[in-house]
Design a protein. Structure first.
Length: 295
């Protein structure tokens, strides 16, 4: 999944070098980039969800263990991000363009928390979504350590996960109610790439992680069925997306409220099957492993 995700993103960005290219192949290449990011979101949620669940439900769970989790995440992302950010700043200054007034926000992953980001280092939009998701879950879990309750830690973890999904689903409803104009460019900047509306994508992966650990027999036994449901759901969403008139209010509402969550759910439903693929022939395994690790 990681290999597929990074290749989709790279193909999509590379095609920018050929703006006049036409044909079905180029059409697909231009439109797979967003899917690569959605794959990353759900996969990240699944992987960190499994780690967090094991930490939180262990008998010796504490604030220190959750802090250690965050520190490890940050050391995996901060160095590369800040290096890329500084390089982008140097390039802009070198070619004689002005830096955006919001440049300071980029150093705190705040460039797209609730509004569209400036036209600078736009490739960075997905990382604030990841970073805030990494902090939000552990923070809420940490607060529950001070609560005296008879609810098991596993159920507390589930409730927090569902609560996060519900909250960030509601933000999309609010956006849809308060947005009078609509265009794909606007949707891409103001909803798809804004933290306030996207953290639920990662927590669909966390929800899958809970299922994989709490119901491992179901996870393995129903893997093929869930894969088929996920694929059907994905293609059904694409069919609706292509058939509903783009100028209609129904199209706008579907895109704002349902499209991205359905994509996340369809990806999450594929996880039981894909997580059981352990090995394959060497000439396939090696490049996939190397590229996925680099990504």
């Amino acid at each position: 999944m990681r290999f597929t995700a990074i290749m989709f993103v790279l193909i999509n960005h590379a095609i920018w070098n050929f703006p006049d290219a036409e044909g079905p192949v180029f059409f697909v290449m231009k439109n797979v980039g967003y899917l690569g990011v959605e794959l990353f979101f759900v996969l990240s949620g699944f992987l960190i969800g499994r780690i967090l669940f094991k930490i939180f439900t262990s008998e010796d769970s504490s604030g220190a263990s959750l802090r250690y989790f965050l520190i490890r995440r940050w050391f995996r992302t901060f160095p590369a991000y800040f290096l890329a950010l500084v390089i982008n700043i140097m390039i802009v200054l070198w070619v004689g363009r002005d830096l955006p007034k919001t440049i300071w926000l980029y150093f705190g992953f705040l460039q797209n928390t609730h509004v569209a980001m400036d036209l600078f280092f736009t490739e960075s939009w997905s990382l604030p979504v990841e970073e805030f998701a990494y902090v939000l879950g552990p923070l809420l879990l940490y607060l529950t350590l001070f609560m005296k309750t008879k609810i098991s830690k596993a159920k507390q973890f589930l409730v927090i996960t569902l609560g996060i999904i519900a909250f960030f689903t509601m933000t999309k409803f609010i956006y849809n109610l308060n947005t009078e104009t609509f265009s794909m460019h606007q949707w891409n900047k103001e909803l798809k790439a804004v933290v306030l509306y996207r953290i639920d994508a990662i927590y669909y992966g966390v929800l899958a992680a809970i299922l994989s650990l709490v119901k491992p027999e179901l996870w393995e036994r129903r893997a093929s069925l869930l894969l088929k449901i996920g694929a059907a759901l994905f293609f059904a969403s694409q069919l609706v997306f292509q058939t509903v008139p783009p100028e209609s209010y129904a199209f706008q509402s579907i895109l704002n409220l349902l499209y991205l969550p359905i994509i996340s759910i369809s990806i999450a439903l594929c996880l039981p099957f894909l997580s059981q693929l352990k090995t394959t022939k060497s000439f396939i395994l090696k490049p996939i492993t190397v590229i996925s690790i680099i990504s």
